[in-house]
Design a protein around this ligand. Structure first.
Ligand code: ZN
Length: 508
C-alpha cells in the first residue's frame, strides 16, 4: 500500500502534462510524416512513433496513477479539476481493461488490414480483403467485452469516439433522419436539375490556394498559431492546443471547390481547438468533447456558412476577380446553385449535403450488424448494395466504389462513422441557435462579417474543451439535447428553395 498522497491533484496534473506533451510530440511526428517526410524515413519513423506510444501507455497505466485517481476522487474539487480526474480515469480505465496482448494483436491486424485493403481495392477483390476484416471485427468484439457495455458491444466501441452516447441514442436520431432525407431526395429528383456548367474546366492552383487563405483569414484562423500545407488527404492536427493547430488541404485543378471547402472544413476544426481556454492547455480537457462535436465545427463553417447564399453574395465577386477570365461575367446565384447541386453518387466523400448522411447511416447499420453478429463479413457486399439501392437508388458497379471505398474498417475503426452525421446534426442545431441570437445573420455574412460567428462559438462551445460532455454543451448552447429535427428543417428550407419545392419561407 502506498501512503495517501497529500496533493493527488498536483501530481495528477503533472501526469496530465507529461501525457499531453508526449501526444503533442506524436502529433508532430505524424504531421511531418504526412506533409514533409522523405519516403525513405518511413521505417525509422514507425519506430519513433511506437517507442513514444509505448512510453505514453506506461505512464498512463502506472499503478501510482491509479492510486492518485482514487485519492483525488475522494477529495473536494473544482468543476475543472473534477473533469480532469474524470477524463484521466476514463482514458486509464480503457487502457488498463484491454490486455496488452490484445492491443498488440489489434495494432498488427490494423496494419495488415490497411495494407490488404490498399491492394484489394484497386483489384476490386473483396474476397482478398474479407479475412483481414473478419479478424478486425473479431478483435473489436473482444475489446468491447473487455471495456464493458450494457446494451450492445457496439456501445463500447462508439464510446471511444463519442463519449456518453449509445447505439440507442444514435438510432433514435438516425432513423427519422434517414426517412426524411429519402423523402427530400425524391422531391429533388422530381425537380428540374441544377446547371453546374459554371464549375467546368481547369482552375489555376496558385489562385485557388490564395483564395482559400483569404477565406481562412476572414474566418479568424490565426496564422501565428497555425499554418496550411498540402497533403494527399486534408486533415487538422494540433500540438498542444490552443497554441499550434495546423491544417492541410489538397488542390485539384479540375475541382474549384475541393481545396476551398477542404480549407474551410479543416479551418472549422482548427478554430475549435484554437478556442480552448488556455488554462486547459497540456491536459486532456484541451480536447474536443467528442468527434461529433469536432465535426459539427467543421461542417458548420463548410456547409452552413460556406455553402450558404449570403456567403457567396460576399465572396462570389472576389472569386470572380480572382478568375476574371472564367467568372468575370458569371452570376453569383448560378454559382451558388451549382455548388449546392444534389445527386446520389457512389462515393461518400464526394456526396452533397442531402445524400451525405445516407452514406453514413448505411455504414452505421452495417457495422453494428457486423459487431452484433447479425451480418457475416462474406455477406457484407450484398448488404451494402441492397442499402445503396434502397436509400440512394443506385447500385455500385463494383466493390471498389462500394463496400471497399473507405479506409475506416480496414484500419479497425468501428463506431467512428456515426460521428460524421452527428456532426451535421449538431451543426444544424448550433446554426439555428446562432441565427436566433443574431437575427441579422444573413446580412452580416453578406457584408463579409464572419467574426461574430466565431465569437459565439468561442463563448458557447470552444472555450469549454472537454470540461463538459457533448450533450451538456449542446444543452447549454442551444437549450436542447442533440435533435435531428434542426437538420431536417434546414434541408427542406435550403434545398426546397434551390429546387423549387419549398413549403416554407426560404432562409435567404
Ligand atoms: Zn472533419
Amino acid at each position: 500500500m502506498t501512503p495517501p498522497d497529500p496533493a493527488p491533484l498536483a501530481d495528477l496534473t503533472e501526469t496530465a502534462h507529461t501525457l499531453s506533451d508526449i501526444s503533442a510530440a506524436l502529433a508532430v511526428l505524424g504531421w511531418d510524416q504526412e506533409v514533409m517526410m522523405p519516403p525513405r524515413a518511413g521505417e525509422v519513423r514507425a519506430h519513433h512513433l511506437a517507442t513514444l506510444a509505448g512510453i505514453y501507455h506506461e505512464k498512463l497505466t502506472a499503478p501510482r496513477v491509479g492510486d492518485l485517481l482514487l485519492a483525488a476522487e475522494d477529495a473536494p474539487l473544482s468543476d475543472t479539476d473534477r473533469a480532469l480526474v474524470r477524463e484521466l480515469r476514463r482514458e486509464r480505465d480503457r487502457a488498463v481493461k484491454v490486455p496488452p496482448a490484445l492491443v498488440r494483436e489489434l495494432a498488427e491486424a490494423q496494419a495488415r488490414g490497411v495494407e490488404t485493403w490498399r491492394r484489394a481495392r484497386p483489384a476490386n477483390d473483396f474476397a482478398a480483403f474479407a479475412p483481414a476484416l473478419e479478424h478486425l471485427v473479431r478483435l473489436n468484439r473482444q475489446i468491447a467485452e473487455h471495456v464493458g457495455y450494457t446494451d450492445t458491444p457496439y456501445d463500447a466501441l462508439l464510446d471511444e469516439y463519442e463519449p456518453g452516447m449509445t447505439a440507442r441514442d444514435v438510432t433514435a436520431l438516425f432513423e427519422p433522419l434517414r426517412d426524411e432525407t429519402i423523402a427530400v431526395l425524391r422531391r429533388i429528383q422530381a425537380s428540374p436539375p441544377v446547371d453546374t456548367s459554371i464549375l467546368d474546366g481547369e482552375w489555376d492552383e496558385a489562385r485557388q490556394w490564395d483564395f482559400g487563405l483569404r477565406v481562412l483569414r476572414d474566418m479568424g484562423y490565426d496564422f501565428d498559431a497555425g499554418r496550411q500545407d498540402r497533403s494527399t488527404h486534408p486533415f487538422t492536427t494540433s500540438f498542444g492546443p490552443p497554441f499550434d493547430v495546423r491544417i492541410t488541404t489538397r488542390v485539384e485543378p479540375r475541382l474549384l471547390t475541393s481545396a476551398l471547402f477542404s480549407s474551410i472544413h479543416e479551418g472549422g476544426h482548427a478554430l475549435y481547438e484554437l478556442g480552448f481556454d488556455p488554462a486547459l492547455a497540456r491536459t486532456p480537457l484541451a480536447n474536443a468533447s467528442s468527434l461529433g462535436m469536432h465535426e459539427s465545427q467543421s461542417r458548420l463553417w463548410e456547409n452552413f456558412v460556406g455553402r450558404g447564399r449570403p456567403f457567396w453574395q460576399r465572396y462570389f465577386p472576389i472569386l470572380a476577380a480572382t478568375f476574371p477570365e472564367r467568372l468575370g461575367a458569371g452570376d453569383g446565384e448560378r454559382f451558388y446553385r451549382a455548388i449546392n447541386h444534389v445527386a446520389p453518387s457512389l462515393i461518400r466523400i464526394e456526396a452533397d449535403e442531402v445524400t451525405y448522411n445516407l452514406h453514413i447511416i448505411l455504414r452505421y447499420e452495417l457495422e453494428r450488424a457486423l459487431i452484433e453478429g447479425d451480418l457475416a463479413v462474406a455477406d457484407l457486399p450484398a448488404a451494402w448494395n441492397e442499402k445503396m439501392r434502397a436509400y440512394l437508388g443506385i447500385t455500385p458497379p463494383n466493390d471498389a466504389d462500394g463496400v471497399m471505398q473507405d479506409i475506416h474498417w480496414s484500419s479497425g475503426a468501428i463506431g467512428y462513422f456515426p460521428t460524421y452525421t452527428l456532426g451535421n446534426l449538431m451543426a444544424a442545431q448550433l446554426y439555428a441557435a446562432l441565427r436566433e441570437r443574431h437575427p441579422d445573420f444573413d446580412a452580416r455574412v453578406a457584408r463579409g462579417d464572419l467574426r461574430f460567428i466565431l465569437d459565439w462559438l468561442r463563448e458557447h462551445v470552444h472555450c469549454l474543451g472537454r470540461t463538459f460532455s457533448t450533450a451538456a454543451i449542446m444543452e447549454q448552447a442551444t437549450g436542447h439535447a442533440p435533435d435531428a429535427r434542426y437538420f431536417s428543417r434546414y434541408l427542406t428550407d435550403k434545398f426546397g428553395a434551390i429546387y423549387g419545392f419549398s413549403d416554407r419561407p426560404t432562409l435567404a
